[in-house]
Design a protein around this ligand. Structure first.
Ligand code: NBG
Length: 801
């Protein structure tokens, strides 16, 4: 008799309550008297898993049976956030889970916080990858995500008297109920003359309200042998396990970005490791479906999430030519038809270049392939642009000089069919500033797909009270079609509705106030304006501009000015090696100590740095934001996605014309957005004529006073040197043009204060922000990728058979 799965009916799948009881016995092997809260969390997670397996298996079966064209997302980072609540919402099981917990004398909320979040990413780029996975499943698109199963995710941040402290994040220490190991799908990867094995771990990605359950496949590194017997027998036990330790280091830890040279060798190894495993896995799938290797680009559309997986261009060529005997030209047309590349930053330091020497040591064959790609490319260019060697040098995949380097962005562009930026402005600047020669050469390759965020996690899960209000006001369809939020427009002037809107927001404020009290011991007034900047700490994002504004506010309040009460909240991690970013945190912490203990600030100003900003904390913060700080130097923030999450939840933005702020403002309307600052073009002009912050400062006594107060040691227990590097940088060089924008920022902040004093007006603006943010759903972004770039169509999943 043929092996078959259980019948695809709901019958036989136990209720969550029954599942929880069974798993306490069958999985945790405990009597109720010994069960911990974490045991109960695991039992609920496993019971939910039981309920999603049917769909997961059916999805794989449907895709295999139909041999569908598949989108493949290659990303070194996935900032997933906890799965349980999201899975409950997407399965429509939240109410059942609540009831089951109640029946067992437990609280669902208490179990939810037991789940450690997989922090397998640094920030926006990794979170975008996670939103995209969820949208692909919700749109019923055949898709798979590939990445690395880091044993330790992004570090945990504590805030001490000296600012940021880091500790490791052992998120797997207590087991992970969401993954399934697939030892049968493991592949060898040769790096630096040694072989490492990548083993697949699969995590289900559930679509909202559909059967589609896609797979996120993360690779874990293993040594081919547990230990070296010869060394072991000779009594050298350390040596016996050395190789194993070295191999497994590959998937040990996620790299904090914004780090300089350090650790480059391991990072390049991680990149080839996960890319090679993923490509080998695709060839396995191809074979399994009886397709030829030359069908690769018909079966798969690959998306490179930034240049981290750009080595895929060379690795796919290697596999096709060396392993599958395809001739070079055919292999090249397959590769360039299959791959597309998304750029996520214009910052020069984030554009990856690998030393040719390092490449030679680790990946000599790939280097040879890159040279071959480059020599053919340059040959073509010589014909097209005769007598222009400098132009060829600028386009070359190899940067010449004393230290020759491989330019991964150039490799990605040459090897791709489409290249996109992540917001209109960014995509334009990508063509004008970063890759102008490429854009002139292949204008049709370049396109834009503006980022988006998933409304399930960022509204339905994060803000249940608002979700309920929306359901009542406009129906529940917004979860699948966020454009339906437009239905709120009609209510933006309705007094009774605004009253309820404020009640929902008040609830979010009280919840966040409780979190703040718990996390940092500061009592804040839930009735004050919540002014929030949460994101990675980086000078280009200009947390120091916001901090200076808080110092000014403090000075004005001390001088007796009457300003509406504000709670200013910061959060975000600094790359451990990025001294200036750490110093900015130190400044905010020092300011918070003084401000929060000053009786004159009581009821007027509170300053909080919330430690360890991550997805879970974001879910608590975004619903409570009144003022969303999106104040990067124009032209430097590729898109931003926190800006979308906040506006979607009813925050008003104070921001520059940067990244997706531009499109948010276009949509919500200039009247509902606090704009300030120079544009990217204006800054380019200022730069061209030689920028110096001093003339700006001389004309700005308030900014001067704020800087002097910091310099006097007021926020550093009299230490005048502590913040010197930050202040000296601002006054002498000011690379991120803080002084050029601080005056206009102050004007916009004053407009915020005035507006806040009219609660009716503020609430109307808040409703309009939510009503007009439907565009920023990641469903819309993914639809654009699927239609314009991947040519992948939805495939509904039904019960097998
Ligand atoms: C980040 C940008 C953000 C953008 C996200 C997602 C990197 C390299 N880039 O502006 O800084 O929103 O990518 O596209 O992390």
């Amino acid at each position: 008799m043929a092996l078959s799965n259980p019948a695809p009916t709901a019958a036989g799948t136990p209720s969550l309550l029954e599942g929880m009881r069974r798993h306490l016995f069958l999985s945790q092997a405990k009597p109720p008297s010994l069960a911990t809260r974490h045991d109960h969390y695991l039992c609920l997670a496993l019971a939910v898993r039981d309920r999603l397996l049917r769909n997961w298996v059916d999805t794989a079966e449907t895709y295999t049976r139909q041999g569908v064209r598949t989108a493949v997302y290659l990303s070194a980072e996935y900032l997933l956030g906890p799965h349980l609540e999201n899975n409950l919402v997407n399965l429509g099981l939240r109410a059942e889970a609540e009831a089951a917990c109640r029946e067992l004398g437990l609280s669902l909320d208490e179990l939810l916080v037991e789940e450690p979040e997989p922090g397998l990413g640094n920030g926006g780029l990794g979170r975008l990858a996670a939103c995209f996975q969820e949208s692909m499943a919700s749109l019923e698109l055949p898709a798979i995500g590939y990445g690395i199963r880091y044993e330790f995710g992004i570090f945990r941040q504590q805030i001490g008297a000296n600012g940021q402290e880091e500790s490791t994040d052992p998120w797997l220490a207590r087991g992970n109920p969401w993954e399934v190991i697939r030892p049968e799908w493991s592949y060898p990867v040769e790096i630096g003359g040694h072989t490492v094995i990548g083993v697949a771990y699969d995590t289900p990605i559930l679509g909202y309200g559909v059967a589609t359950t896609n797979t996120l496949r993360l690779w874990s590194a293993q040594a081919p042998d547990a230990f070296d017997f010869a060394s072991f027998n000779a009594g050298d036990y350390t040596r016996a396990v050395l190789r194993k330790v070295q191999s497994e280091t590959l998937s040990k830890v996620l790299y904090p970005n914004d780090e300089l040279e350090q650790g480059k060798r391991l990072r390049l190894s991680q990149q080839i490791f996960f890319v090679s495993c993923s490509l080998q896995d695709m060839f396995r799938i191809l074979r399994g479906q009886g397709l030829a290797v030359t069908d690769f680009h018909r079966k798969f559309a690959l998306q490179l999430n930034d240049t981290h997986p750009a080595i895929a261009v060379a690795e796919l060529m290697r596999l096709l030519v060396d392993e599958h005997g395809v001739d070079w030209d055919t292999a090249w047309s397959i590769t360039t038809a299959a791959i597309s590349y998304t750029n996520h930053t214009l910052l020069p330091e984030a554009l990856e270049c690998w030393g040719v020497e390092l490449f030679e040591q680790l990946l000599p064959r790939h280097l040879a392939i890159i040279y071959e790609i480059n020599s053919r490319f340059l040959r073509m260019l010589r014909i097209r642009y005769p007598g222009q060697p400098e132009l060829l040098e600028r386009l070359s995949l190899i940067e010449e000089g004393a230290h020759r380097r491989v330019r991964m962005a150039h490799l990605a562009v040459v090897g791709s069919q489409q290249v996109n930026g992540v917001a209109e402005l960014h995509s334009r600047l990508l063509c004008e500033r970063l890759l102008p020669e490429f854009a002139a050469l292949w204008p049709e390759k370049f396109t834009n797909v503006t980022n988006g965020v998933t409304p399930r996690r960022w509204l339905a899960v994060a803000n249940p009270a608002l979700a309920d209000l929306l359901d009542e006001a406009i129906g529940s369809g917004w979860r699948r079609d966020l454009d339906q939020l437009a239905g709120l427009e009609a209510l933006a002037g309705d007094g009774a509705f605004l009253e309820r809107w404020r009640a929902v927001r008040g609830l979010a404020h009280r919840r966040l106030a409780a979190t703040i009290e718990q996390e940092s011991g500061v009592t804040v007034d839930p009735g004050s304006l919540f002014d929030v900047q949460v994101k990675r700490i980086h000078e280009y994002k200009r947390q120091h501009l916001a901090a200076l504004q808080v110092v000014e506010r403090y000075l004005r309040l001390r001088a007796g000015e009457d300003l509406p009460p504000r709670t200013v909240i910061f959060g975000g991690k600094a790359a451990p090696g990025y001294a200036m970013a750490r110093l900015i945190i130190r400044l905010i912490v020092g300011m918070a100590d003084i401000i929060n203990s000053d009786p004159a600030m009581q009821g007027r100003l509170r300053l909080v740095f919330l430690p360890n900003f991550n997805v879970s904390l974001g879910q608590r913060i975004y619903p409570a934001v009144d003022l969303s700080e999106q104040i990067s130097t124009a032209g430097l923030e590729a898109s931003g996605t926190g800006n979308m999450k906040m506006a979607l939840n009813g925050a008003l933005t104070i921001g520059t014309l940067d990244g997706a702020n531009v499109e948010i403002r276009e949509r919500v309307g200039a009247d509902n957005f606090f704009l300030f600052g120079h544009t990217a073009e204006e800054l380019a002009e200022i730069n061209a004529s030689g920028y110096h912050p001093m003339p700006w400062l001389e004309n700005d006594p308030m900014a001067r006073e704020a800087i002097d107060l910091i310099g006097s040691g007021h926020f550093s227990e009299g230490d005048r040197d502590l913040f010197h590097p930050l202040l000296a940088n601002l006054c002498s060089h000011d690379p991120f043009r803080v002084m050029a924008d601080i005056g206009d920022y102050r004007r916009a902040q004053n407009a915020v204060d005035a507006c806040w004093q009219d609660p009716g007006r503020w609430s109307t603006m808040s409703v309009l922000n939510t009503a007009r943010c439907g565009f920023f759903s990641s469903d819309r972004s993914i639809r654009e990728y699927a239609e314009r770039i991947w040519k992948v169509k939805p495939v509904p999943v039904g019960p097998a058979g």
